[in-house]
Design a protein. Structure first.
Length: 124
């Protein structure tokens, strides 16, 4: 397996990148966590389905909206932890003194109908 980075800078590039991945034998798509990808998730999910390209998305809401599978940090946990940082800063701690923390909770997501959708799309 070879990972190929395909940077997308605007909505028009999605079709080109996804179609190219779909032409590859055993091709697939891993969507990285990014605000731009979140905004355009409906288009990405639709194009992956149209090209019958199996795709893994960074957050559960992609799978809830029709994406095949998601795996990523639990967003609720990140927001709760951010609130503790705000609290500590408001109580006088310097932001530079606070430790950097990595996510501790991860979640896989899929919808049962997505498995059926994968079969009907004949994802590779």
């Amino acid at each position: 397996m070879e990972a190929v980075a395909a940077t997308v800078h605007d909505k028009a590039e999605f079709e080109t990148v996804i179609a190219a991945q779909a032409r590859e034998p055993n091709g697939g798509l891993i969507v990285m966590p990014d605000g731009f990808m979140n905004v355009h998730r409906a288009e990405i999910i639709l194009l992956a389905a149209r090209h019958r390209l199996p795709a893994v998305y960074p957050w559960r809401f992609f799978a809830e909206q029709g994406g095949l599978l998601s795996y990523g940090s639990e967003q609720g946990d990140l927001f709760r932890r951010a609130a503790t940082y705000v609290d500590r800063i408001l109580k006088g701690e310097k932001p530079t003194d606070l430790p950097v923390q990595a996510p501790t909770e991860y979640r896989a997501g899929h919808q049962p109908q997505n498995r059926e959708g994968a079969r009907s799309r004949r994802c590779r």
